[in-house]
Ligand binder design. Structure first.
Ligand SMILES: N[C@@H](CCC(=O)N[C@@H](CS)C(=O)NCC(=O)O)C(=O)O
Length: 204
């Protein structure tokens, strides 16, 4: 049995999507970030940096969304792709670059506009470049690694925040094709809306 500690965020959605993809049922425990519940002492025991998501499976707990995805791919034998090294490279690119950079773009451009021209400009440009680099790669590849994998599952919920990026997903036709294709998967539709408070944003 699985228990997912989460809120409605891109990193948490990676795990609910993966659990749906591998057909595992799970209990959801809301860690309400707006109320600061991630800082509760009890939660810190299973999440050393006070971050969601965390997955409990049997008596084990696992933190860090990339590590959780690898754990679930190993356990199920699914979605690690035919070339695990390639899948890991794209997964790590999401964990170390795409997610953190888009996350900073959210902070400067969407949540705190006007506080730092430098921050707004820097992370807008980096995010635009990420869209362009992904678009180039997807112009000759159907998915990030050879086939649909945990690398796509990790990246999709971040691109799904495109309405607040103001970059224009529609301009990147290969990224848009990938986005639309993944949006249609029943597991993605269900896993994305984990707390039934927000479905996948349509392309714009
Ligand atoms: N590298 C971590 C990042 C986790 C993360 O930043 N989670 C955010 C939500 S998406 C969070 O818990 N934020 C609460 C906070 O920073 O106080 C992972 O991928 O699991």
């Amino acid at each position: 049995m699985f228990e997912l500690f989460a809120d409605s965020t891109p990193n948490a959605r990676k795990i609910s999507i993966m659990l749906e993809e591998i057909n595992e049922s799970y209990d959801l425990t809301l860690i309400n970030l707006n109320k600061g519940e991630q800082f509760n002492e009890e939660f810190k025991k299973i999440s050393p940096f006070s971050k969601i998501p965390v997955l409990r499976h049997n008596k084990k707990t696992i933190f860090e969304s990339g590590a959780i995805l690898i754990y679930l791919a190993d356990l199920s034998g699914e979605f690690y792709g035919s070339n695990q090294s390639l899948t890991t490279q794209w997964l790590m690119a999401q964990m170390g670059y795409i997610g953190p950079m888009l996350g900073q773009h959210h902070q400067f451009h969407h949540y705190n506009p006007g506080k730092s021209d430098f921050g707004e400009d820097r992370y807008f440009k980096i995010s635009e470049t990420i869209y362009k680099n992904l678009d180039d790669h997807l112009s000759i590849n159907e998915y990030l690694a050879n086939e649909y994998s945990i690398a796509d599952i990790a990246t999709f919920p971040w691109i799904a925040r495109h309405p607040i990026h103001d970059i224009g997903l529609n301009k990147y036709i290969n990224l848009l094709r990938w986005y639309n294709q993944i949006s249609l998967r029943p597991a993605v539709l269900k896993g994305y809306d984990l707390f039934e408070d927000g479905s996948i944003p349509p392309p714009a």
